[in-house]
Design a protein around this ligand. Structure first.
Ligand code: NAD
Length: 291
């Protein structure tokens, strides 16, 4: 397929390279440049004029809306706009409406799996849109990922992503909080892991991504808390979940508290640039009256 790839940063760069390696014809657009080996176009219009699919991997909804307003008039009728960025549900739905009005296929398809998943082609795609566009994009999902789930209509992919990551943020905080309590109660971390990982407190954050170094499978904790999944990206996703909750009057007190704690961790406590599991050393240092 002829692919215009817009946004070739930490995620988009390796995704574009994998598509090219698989034999697709990829042209990139990014003011910051792209990875070696990808042909770059100067304008979005040039990249999209003959494209079968335009893929976007951008930082946020405002940038997506602005970029989409250039992509949509440039794509040939019947082409598909595949947005893989993590953005707010409203932006995803607004872009979808504009694309459909212009006779294009449109999918919101945020990913999980991070930079390693992007490089290894093992991302999971959570997809919103119609079946025809999903089928067009399936060969591209097969190259860039290990799984793509069609979750429903436009915005459903973003909804799935932010609900998943709200659980992830809350669960990570609960896991770290429990380790910090166990430490203060004199419970050995390995014993804590051995019990919880096989008891009713088990979770992905305990069993697969344990925030305590030297315990459980290898995780960012064993690498000085280098991300992994950066705390500021978790904060972004928690913010999206709370904006979405406000827009539909959903009561999400645990998600709101998690956003508040990651805000403190990133803004005031060296969390910026650390993995989101690095809240464990932060919480361990705190007492009940620490501000
Ligand atoms: P990044 O900042 O590394 O890349 C974004 C790229 O978009 C940059 O290269 C930037 O120059 C480019 N860009 C900005 N404005 C543009 C424009 N107008 N036209 C063309 N390009 C433009 O970010 P990333 O880590 O690659 O993340 C991209 C998206 O993927 C985000 O929505 C993020 O939330 C999501 N995501 C990231 C991860 C991760 O681990 N990094 C994991 C899952 C999802």
């Amino acid at each position: 397929m002829k692919i215009a790839f817009i946004g070739l940063g930490n995620m988009g760069g390796p995704m574009a390279l994998n598509l090219q390696k698989a034999g697709h014809d990829v042209v990139g657009v990014d003011p910051a440049g792209g990875p070696d080996g990808i042909e770059m176009a100067t304008t979005i219009g040039d990249a999209c004029a003959a494209a079968d699919v335009a893929i976007t991997m951008l930082p946020n909804g405002a940038i997506l809306r602005s970029v989409a307003s250039e992509i949509i008039p440039a794509l040939p009728n019947g082409a598909v706009l595949l947005d893989c960025s993590t953005v707010d549900v409203d932006s995803a739905r607004e872009v979808a409406a504009d694309a459909m009005n212009a006779g294009l296929g449109i999918l919101d398809a945020p990913v999980s799996g991070g930079i390693t998943g992007a490089a290894n082609g093992t991302l999971t795609f959570m997809v919103g849109g119609d079946t025809a566009a999903f089928e067009t994009a399936q060969p591209l999902f097969d190259v860039m990922g290990q799984k793509a789930v069609l979750c429903g209509g436009s915005g459903a992919g973003q909804a799935a992503k932010i609900c998943n990551n709200m659980i992830l943020g809350v669960t990570m905080l609960a896991t770290c909080e429990a380790f910090a309590l166990a430490d203060k109660l004199g419970l050995d971390r390995q014993a804590m892991f051995d019990v919880v990982s096989t008891s009713s407190g088990y979770s992905w954050t305990m069993n697969a991504y344990c925030p305590a170094p030297g315990v459980g499978p290898v995780s960012p904790a064993d690498n000085g808390y280098a991300p992994g999944f950066a705390a500021e990206l978790m904060l972004k996703d928690l913010g999206l979940s709370q904006d979405a909750a406000a827009s539909c009057d959903a009561d999400t007190p645990m998600g709101a508290l998690a956003e508040n704690m990651y805000e403190k961790f990133v803004g005031q406590h060296d969390g910026l640039g650390q993995d989101f599991s690095a809240v464990l050393p932060w919480l361990s240092e705190r007492g009940r009256s620490t501000g």
